[in-house]
Write a protein that binds this ligand. Structure first.
Ligand code: IPE
Ligand code: IPE
Ligand code: MG
Length: 233
């Protein structure tokens, strides 16, 4: 367990590098995605063991529909099988699963599995895992604005009002944003929620990530001097 005081209350991870990991081994991209799923499971367990409260994982972006049909359908099958199989794991570790993204544009079997796992785990009080599937930060903000317009067409938006229409309004802001795979960009990940996030970039490709890497990232967060626009006392 890490002390709650210095602990990021919300960690976000852009899990990148599966394709390159496979390519480096002369394998097809789907092999990398499979290994990426194994890494994701290990990181969820590690986050839960460390006592983290909220973990957002970027699984499939609104831009990832640009990939080949083969790669997309492999990813969808992988996501579905993962959602189906892990209930016992969530129960044993008291993990609550939530989803961010546009559910309506996902295949109906994935919608069903997601709804069912969210309902089954909704009362668990340990780590909350937020799965970003068919997620884009810009898309989430547009959907939030549209919800506001439908509910209150005559009132101006405020920061709090927009926040209340996000996919998971109760999640705290992201404190620590991690990106693996060496790229230094946001790629439309939780752009509203990362407004004041500390950034951590890892050269390692996602399938090579382990509990130790997560610990290193969280340790580095503890040494950051966060000022939020103020002046250090
Ligand atoms: C991240 O790995 C997984 C998804 C985006 C679904 P990539 O598939 O982007 O792997 P690289 O970046 O091509 O190596
Ligand atoms: C971001 O990775 C999306 C996920 C990890 C799900 P990408 O590989 O899609 O991002 P770009 O294309 O490098 O920006
Ligand atoms: Mg990538």
């Amino acid at each position: 367990m890490i002390s709650q005081e210095s602990c990021p209350s919300h960690v976000g991870i852009i899990m990148d590098g599966n394709g390159r990991w496979a390519k480096n081994r002369g394998q097809i991209r789907s092999v990398g995605h499979k290994e990426g799923l194994t890494a994701a499971k290990a990181i969820v367990k590690a986050a839960s063991d460390m006592g983290l409260k909220n973990l957002s994982l970027y699984v499939f972006s609104t831009e990832n529909w640009k990939r080949t049909e083969d790669e997309i359908s492999f990813l969808m099958v992988l996501i579905k099988s993962y959602l189906k199989k892990e209930y016992q794991f969530y129960k044993d570790n008291s993990i609550r699963v939530v989803h961010s993204g546009d559910l309506e544009r996902l295949p109906s079997d994935i919608q069903k599995e997601l709804s069912s796992v969210m309902e089954q785990t909704s009362h668990f009080k340990g780590l909350t895992v937020n799965l970003l599937i068919n997620y884009g930060g810009q898309d989430e903000i547009v959907r939030a604005v549209n919800r506001h317009i439908h509910e209150n067409p005559d009132t101006d938006l405020t920061v709090d009002e927009l926040q209340s229409h996000l996919d998971n309004p109760d999640l705290p802001p992201v404190d620590l944003l991690i990106r693996t795979g060496g790229e230094k960009r946001i790629s439309n990940f939780l752009i509203w929620q990362t407004a004041y996030a500390e950034l951590y970039f890892s050269q390692k490709l996602w399938p090579d990530w382990s509990a130790e890497d997560l610990r290193e990232a969280v340790d580095s967060f503890k040494n950051r001097d966060r000022r939020f626009g103020g002046v250090k006392k």
